[in-house]
Design a protein around this ligand. Structure first.
Ligand SMILES: [Zn+2]
Length: 469
């Protein structure tokens, strides 16, 4: 009796654990066959986020449905094919929560894009492949929006052993996602070797899923896209990893812009500085000191691009309030050969990576000149800094940046820019860099009454003399 009671308790525990199959994150979706004799269902597995979706099918009067497939990720859309012999399933990718997005309601980023699969309703396919992107879904799927069916009891349809396999698969996916999170965190902290190791480990974990949990219905083709995506992340160079961090960050800034507009009568922030200051005010209102400290750190990371060589710069991005038109609302110019743009309207911003040609980099210099002429020094310096970053061996680009910083009385950045130019140039270009350095040294205020002031003054004179000889 005692053994039976323990067995019942164990089974109850598993049912509670595995009850996630029909729970919470995402509804149970359904599609009705064209002859109205069968219904296909999608059921989410996993809490608090659905990590797997089971595809079930049942005759209209069947009490017990039959599971035919399991896909990674939360439930997507499901249809029958026109003849009723097949099922089309639009799969959604597993996702992670973007860094800092908790400040504005959270943002989920899929690890892989949506994919569409076609399978036979009796699961007679020996292998399964996703359809190509250009597949005509309207020709192969029947609109089942009117399908209404009672939800069968999925709990009773699988044995305890089958449920245990599903539970194991959920744990395996959770472990793989934790490795992905570790990789992203290491990349954010610029520990790139550790990030690559974690991405590789995550790829291996996804590769093992279909072998270890084939009985749960997970296919190799499903896991393969995750393996490819994660191996690609592991193979990029350091700036590629910084760019991946920035690609996650820029849309969150878009969410903050939208949040600001929502709370200011649909008026966009006049500058990113305004947005930052407003967010700091919200953070300061937090009663918990630890939460405040965490949020201050998060804000600092969100507004700064890791590829921006100036770590002291508060805001790394170019922002345009007139963004409602075709121009991007926000741009990051710090990744070589590419501009990351936030495009579209505030209610639906989108990230767009734009390859930068030499002509486009030239045009950025023109934009910077226009900003200089208009007295918008901070924006001019951002554009000129971006141009210098794009042309890392162009001493003139750094010299131009140095003069803009000098004009803005930002002597620390001016000195860095002229010194960088001097290190990479010779001849006339070197003279211009020294001339700039001399101007930085001679810039007011100068205290010639102290030894250090006299040394700096002498160095400035020496630089200018050197630039003219
Ligand atoms: Zn960036």
């Amino acid at each position: 009796m005692k053994t039976m009671a323990m067995l019942r308790a164990t089974m109850l525990a598993w049912i509670v654990l595995c009850g996630v199959a029909t729970a919470t994150d995402g509804r149970v979706g359904q599609a009705q066959s064209p002859d109205e004799r069968a219904v296909a269902y999608t059921t989410p597995c996993g809490e608090p986020k659905a990590l797997l979706t089971e595809i079930w099918i049942a005759g209209k009067d069947d009490a017990i449905p039959r599971r035919i497939r399991t896909f990674l990720g939360p439930p997507g859309d499901i249809w029958f094919t026109p003849g009723g012999k097949g099922i089309v399933y639009r799969q959604r990718g597993l996702s992670y929560t973007a860094f800092g997005s908790y400040l504005c309601g959270g943002r989920e980023v899929p690890l892989v894009g949506d994919r569409t699969w076609r399978m036979s309703a009796d699961d007679s396919d020996a292998s399964l492949r996703p359809l190509t992107e250009d597949a005509d879904l309207s020709a192969m799927a029947v609109d089942s929006a009117t399908a209404v069916a009672r939800t069968p009891d999925f709990e009773d349809a699988l044995s305890l052993a089958e449920r245990q396999v599903t539970q194991g698969a959920l744990s395996g996916i959770d472990s793989a996602l934790r490795l992905c999170a570790k990789a992203r965190e290491m990349a954010r902290r610029e520990n790139f070797p550790a990030a690559r190791r974690a991405y590789k480990a995550a790829a291996r974990a996804f590769d093992a899923l279909h072998r270890r949990y084939r009985k749960a219905g997970i296919s190799e083709a499903d896991c393969r896209s995750y393996v490819k995506a994660l191996n690609r992340c592991a193979d990029v160079d350091d700036d590629g990893l910084r760019q991946a961090v920035c690609r996650e960050r820029v849309p969150v800034l878009g969410d903050l812009i939208r949040l600001y507009a929502q709370e200011h009568g649909d008026v966009l922030p006049s500058s990113l500085d305004t947005l930052y200051t407003w967010m700091e005010g919200r953070v300061d209102a937090q009663p918990d000191a630890d939460v405040r400290a965490r949020d201050v750190r998060v804000l600092r990371h969100l507004f700064h691009c890791a590829s921006d060589p100036d770590e002291s710069r508060r805001i790394s991005f170019v922002y345009r309030t007139e963004a409602a038109g075709d121009s991007p609302a926000l741009t990051c110019l710090w990744h070589r050969g590419v501009a990351l743009n936030l495009v579209g309207q505030p209610e639906a911003f989108d990230l767009e990576a734009q390859a930068l040609s030499a002509d486009q980099v030239d045009s950025l210099t023109g934009v910077a000149d226009a900003c200089l002429a208009a007295g918008d020094m901070s924006r001019a310096i951002l554009f000129l800094g971006g141009v210098a970053q794009q042309r890392e061996k162009d001493a003139d680009a750094y010299t131009r940046l140095g003069h803009a910083c000098l004009k803005a009385e930002d002597y620390t950045r001016a000195r860095w820019a002229f010194e960088t130019a001097a290190h990479m140039s010779r001849g006339e270009v070197l003279s211009r860099a020294y001339y700039g350095l001399g101007l930085v040294c001679l810039a007011p205020p100068q205290d010639l009454s102290c030894p250090r002031g006299r040394i700096v003054w002498g160095k400035g004179c020496s630089c200018i003399t050197r630039s003219t000889t």
